[in-house]
Design a protein around this ligand. Structure first.
Ligand SMILES: Cc1ncc(C[n+]2csc(CCOP(=O)(O)OP(=O)(O)O)c2C)c(N)n1
Length: 309
């Protein structure tokens, strides 16, 4: 969680330098869901995600150097500098693909989970989705098919209540989000998405059930994004949500929550956490330096992979 938070805060701070020229969808405040889930996944398990994927990528152990280089459009980036922040991937770390068309990644993840089932390789796939993603038809086709074929996949929904500037209550009827997945006959959980330990606990249950061959599981993690939908700023003044609401969620900071828990359990926790911060800050600094010093892709690279030939 600290690595995700420090990474995102550094991106936010350095974004105004105008050197990172791709959009950034930060997930400050939403560190517990990917951290809890990825702690429960095995190293060989795989994730798929969407536009707000930095936290997912970092939590699954993706290379910081590759991701930051991608933000700077450098040849050393995870898609060689041509994809930008919404196409994070690091196959070695099991981060297979992220795409920004809302819902677009769902059938891709389901197809991949089906391939793993047929290979019998024991890989669990987890696909991240936002609450708004449930409004896309393809999501329901994906739920239906995954359930029918008992595929080894976790549908992991981070409910942060907003689709850009529109609240959930103005987009969907008042009913539990988990009902949508339960209707497709799969196990569902709804958890406090700012409680990393709870997220880890249900993610472990999901993995155990999937590894027994019981088919997909849907998890809703209720959380809140602190910064604007896209970009480094705070936007509580523009009218779609209030400063009071934001402050209430800020009090539920997932990093502070876990820190407090650890301080109660371990007298050396403060010292250990300090060391983690120092180590991670250095790691992030090195990764930024690497990105800044890396070359831009050659001109010929621009048209590579655009055509079948
Ligand atoms: C099919 C499609 N429609 C609209 C958009 C524009 N859009 C980008 S992000 C977004 C909101 C997504 O909300 P959610 O899935 O809840 O994720 P969050 O941004 O809250 O993390 C929208 C509508 C898009 N990228 N794709």
């Amino acid at each position: 969680m600290i690595r995700v938070r420090e990474f995102e805060e550094t991106v936010a701070t350095r974004y105004s330098e105008q050197e990172m020229r791709c959009p950034v969808h930060l997930s400050v405040g939403q560190e517990a869901p990917p951290s809890g889930l990825c702690e429960a996944l095995a190293e060989k398990d795989q994730i798929f995600s969407h536009h707000r994927s930095h936290g997912h990528y970092v939590a699954k152990g993706g290379s910081l150097k590759k991701l930051i280089s991608e933000f700077y459009g450098k040849a050393t980036g995870c898609t060689r500098g041509v994809g930008g922040s919404m196409h994070a991937m690091d196959v070695d770390a099991g981060i297979i693909a992220c795409t920004p068309i809302v819902g677009g990644i769902m059938p891709v993840a389901v197809g991949s989970a089906m391939a793993h089932k047929y290979d019998g390789n024991g890989i669990v796939t987890a696909v991240f989705l936002g609450d708004a993603t449930l409004e896309e038809g393809v999501v329901h086709e994906s739920f239906n098919f995954a359930s029918l074929k008992k595929l080894p996949i976790i549908f992991f929904c981070e409910n942060n209540f907003f689709s850009v500037y529109t609240h959930l209550r103005d987009r969907q009827p008042d009913r539990p989000l988990v009902d949508l997945a339960a209707a497709h006959k799969m196990d569902v959980y709804s958890v406090d998405g700012n409680d990393a330990v709870e997220v880890f606990r249900v993610s472990q249950l999901a993995c155990e059930s999937i590894r027994k061959g019981n088919g997909p599981v849907f998890i809703e993690a209720i959380t809140y994004r602190w910064r604007e939908h896209c970009g480094p700023n705070y936007d509580n003044d523009i009218g779609y949500r209030t400063e009071e609401e934001f402050q209430e969620w800020k009090k539920k900071c997932p990093v502070e929550k876990l820190t407090k828990q650890l301080l109660l359990e371990d007298k050396d926790a403060e010292e250990k956490i300090k060391k983690i911060h120092t180590k991670i800050r250095k790691e992030i600094e090195d990764a930024f330096q690497f990105a800044l010093e890396s070359p831009f892709p050659a001109k010929e690279e621009l048209f590579k992979n655009l055509y079948a030939n």
